[in-house]
Design a protein around this ligand. Sequence first.
Ligand code: PLP
Length: 406
Amino acid sequence: MFDINQVRADFPILSRQVNGQPLTYLDNGASAQKPQVVIDAVTRAYAEEYSNVHRGLHYLSNLATDKYEAVRGTIARFLNAATEAEIIFNSGTTEGINLVSYGWAAPRMRAGDEIILSTMEHHANIVPWHFLRERQGVVLKWIDPEPDGSLDPQKVLDAISDRTRLIAVTHCSNVFGTVVDVKTICAGARAEGVPVLVDGSQAAVHKPVDVQDIGCDFYAITGHKLYGPSGSGAIYIRADRQTEMQPFMGGGDMINEVSKEVVTYAAPPLKFEAGTPGIAQTIGLGAALEYLMDLGMENVAAHEATLASYAAERFAGLNWLNVQGTAPGKAAIFSLTMNGAAHAHDISTILDKKGIAVRAGHHCAKPLMEHLGVSATARASFGLYNTTDEVDRLIEGLELCHRLLA
Ligand code: PLP
């Protein structure tokens, strides 16, 4: 286990005040704060080591290319990918899933082909598939969560038909915190010849991930939730699936030859990375993942499990508070509603006056909100630097909300 005081000291923003109160940052599900090592890595990338990558023959370009390309190995290690070439850099999960939608799914799907989704997907894992429904007549099949917010892997597998071409499912719900048994889904899907895309945006932040053990075809992560810079990210695409893909964006860096008549493409992963990339952002992501691996993702998971069970216990004592999603083993993400007229936005505004940052709204999960029959929740999502004292502060804030709003 790590020293929580040391960890907190690594994140400069945590020592600031908000509205005259110490900051209690519980909006990690939306985006996490950055440790000094990430800030330093980004600063160094611009102040001392900046140039465009891949193209130059000069010293700085080679240096920047080496630093940038080294991150591919870091991400491969973080996810336990078999090879670095299976890691495609991008700006985040949204871009990663769109790459799969445009580059792999669109060219091979016909009207009537089916994609299975869970009702608790983030819009980033919904809208790119709606494009295929709108444009190509692909059918979206939805699997609802259980009343406790879990997803039954068997229900996902039972939905497979001979027209199913893809299962796209989150590894961890950004609303419930539920961890989905993607390994069972992947094993069953593989037996039926159906590829699986896993949205790892939330899960990779909270627990160790091993894409080979999971057995998925695609696994998307996003840097800014992983304590790295915004505009950084990656998607793991297993080598055999890469050979089935067309490039999504065309431009510099992804070509082998271009003439007036023809174009040939670079080998993957560059084939799927057009244009000047987020150089400093990616280098910052590398620093963030090294930081996480130094702490140990098992230790991060254990610390957050303690927070999750303490928070669940304290919430259970408030009979006017509803926690959406109570499945065992969930990540420390709590979507809250209150009995009575309290709106999530009012809860968030009152908590903000106490220096407590939570998110209020639909969390880019409108089908799930509809399923739950609510328009919005207030979401407290914990990260590796949060403490049980901060859970207590949240509870005090919620009690104040209840007094003011009930
Ligand atoms: N998927 C899930 C489960 C998320 O929580 C998020 C971000 O909130 C995303 C996808 C989209 O990530 P990004 O906006 O970084 O592309």
